[in-house]
Design a binder for this molecule. Structure first.
Ligand code: SF4
Length: 112
């Protein structure tokens, strides 16, 4: 799974993965079908070196700390008092809500 995740959005051809893992195509096919059934990957039919095969693409993404670098909570003076029912709460915090809405707007702009 790590190799598939590291292959990113482009994924990895299954034959390439079998070669790297040192397993045969029968074992490899069983493995990729198991990953697909568990919802960990999607398989896309693709032409590779003149043959039809599958490209394996992870549904999981590597998470980067950069994605939360500008979260207001990281520099908030009230973080010790912030919890559900506390003096301040993430449920009603305007700064957190604005940040989440900004992320949603950015993600929306990235989607086709
Ligand atoms: S939710 Fe709001 S109040 Fe709570 S830690 Fe984050 S920024 Fe601070």
């Amino acid at each position: 799974m790590r190799m598939i995740i590291e292959a990113g959005e482009e994924g990895i051809f299954q034959s390439e993965l079998w070669k790297r893992l040192g397993i045969n195509s029968r074992e490899g096919s069983r493995l990729s079908l198991r990953f697909e059934r568990r919802g960990l990957i999607r398989r896309e039919r693709a032409l590779y070196k003149g043959r039809w095969t599958y490209r394996l693409i992870s549904k999981r993404k590597n998470v980067s700390l950069r994605s939360i670098a500008d979260c207001p909570c990281l520099l908030c003076d009230d973080i010790d008092k912030c919890y559900e029912g506390g003096t301040v709460s993430p449920i009603s915090c305007e700064r957190l809500t604005e940040w989440i809405l900004l992320l949603a707007k950015r993600d929306g702009m990235r989607s086709p």
